[in-house]
Write a protein that binds this ligand. Structure first.
Ligand SMILES: *Cc1c(COP(=O)(O)O)cnc(C)c1O
Length: 354
């Protein structure tokens, strides 16, 4: 059924195995990040087979979908106080930076009779989540020690998300120093030192990960085979484990410039056009409602994407050697943004292929 995403589970398992091996050799445990495919259990199961140690997602709903899978689950986005109870129910571990929230998790954990583990997040300069100030950390630790149902099992950081800051020896070195400080204060060792996301992978190939970092949270690198500090392909991985397939619903020869006075397009923008003469144009039954304004990459490199609206994608077939006809399928490779949007769209059929 079209439009669809084909998910090649064997390729995904291969990517997972390659990254798990690379990390294992450096003494690092992998938490697979499942948010880009909305925690779909069949896909997560494949990644579990690939050998990861944890499943991690930013949304409680996705963790709930995966509750039958036997690994420990990590909630990546800082918990909402209003949903502390669900957090304890569906996540074994959550990432935290606010004492009030940790207190609410402790209350929920006591009520449910189910202790909860936390990873304290440090902001090393990317300016998304994390404790920024050592005084605040000190005060929080003093209080956390008194909370019966909370155990600090790790310290972590997130980089290259908001500010684009790249992980290096300097900022990850500061994370390791802070880990020592926390251990001294709590009087017990913190097991996990979580050195970031797919942007930390490049360190494994280059100078090596700073000694002591023993945990990474990997999404894009597993799913698309890219490290995200410099946007390079990871050797021996697939970038086409997920592909969009859309169907042609019209093919016609038309001019390249609209006829009449140009007002606004469907999204309120005034479009501009270049005269390329007559074109052989096709319309695909997929649109911005499905993948937003993110890039999708046609496998047939002779196809040019012209634009589209909520439900239509217009492509130029003028230079294609292949003879397309109405009803044919066109296949695209995806970027992180388009994959995230497409997996979230209820109009895209998710076709997992063994
Ligand atoms: C999304 C997310 C990740 C995974 O990032 P990738 O770049 O896809 O590897 C890791 N940690 C946190 C906190 C996240 O929100």
């Amino acid at each position: 059924m079209n439009p669809k995403i084909n998910v090649y589970l064997n390729k995904l398992q291969h990517n997972t195995e390659v990254l798990v091996k690379q990390c294992q050799d450096a003494g690092i445990d992998v938490a697979a990040v499942t948010k880009v495919f909305c925690g779909k259990p069949e896909i997560a199961e494949t990644i579990v087979k690939g050998g990861v140690k944890y499943l991690a997602d930013s949304r409680i709903e996705n963790l709930a979908k995966m509750k039958e899978l036997p690994l420990e689950k990590i909630l990546l986005r800082l918990p909402m106080i209003s949903r502390a109870k669900e957090t304890v129910q569906f996540a074994d571990i959550s990432l935290n930076s606010e004492l009030e929230t940790i207190e609410a998790l402790n209350d929920a954990a006591l009520e449910l009779g189910q202790p909860h583990k936390v990873i304290l997040m440090m902001d090393l300069g990317d300016l998304r989540e994390g404790i920024f100030d050592n005084e605040e950390l000190h005060r929080a630790l003093k209080r956390i020690k008194e909370l019966q149902s909370i155990k600090v099992v790790g310290i972590g950081t997130n980089l290259t998300c908001y500010g684009g800051v790249i992980p290096d020896d300097e900022n990850l070195g500061r994370l390791l120093e802070t880990a020592n400080l926390i251990e001294a204060e709590l009087g017990y060792p913190v097991e996990m030192i979580s050195g970031g996301n797919s942007s930390s992978i490049y360190l494994l190939e280059k100078q090596g990960m700073p000694k002591g970092i023993n945990h990474l949270r990997l999404g894009e690198s597993i799913v698309l085979g890219y490290e995200t500090a410099y946007g390079k392909r990871i050797p021996n991985t697939f970038d086409d484990a997920f592909q969009l397939v859309a169907e042609i619903i019209e093919i016609k020869e038309k001019p390249s410039i609209p006829i009449g006075t140009i007002g606004r397009d469907a999204f309120g923008n005034v479009p501009e056009f270049e005269d390329k003469g007559k074109q052989r144009r096709a319309i695909l039954a997929v649109g911005k409602q499905d993948f937003g304004t993110h890039s999708i990459i046609p496998l047939d490199t002779e196809i040019e994407i012209l634009g589209g609206s909520s439900d239509h994608l217009i492509i130029d077939l003028t230079h294609c050697r292949r003879e397309y006809k109405v009803g044919d399928e066109v296949t695209f490779n995806l970027t992180y943004g388009s994959l995230l949007a497409l997996m979230t769209s209820e109009y895209i059929y998710k076709n997992c292929i063994k």
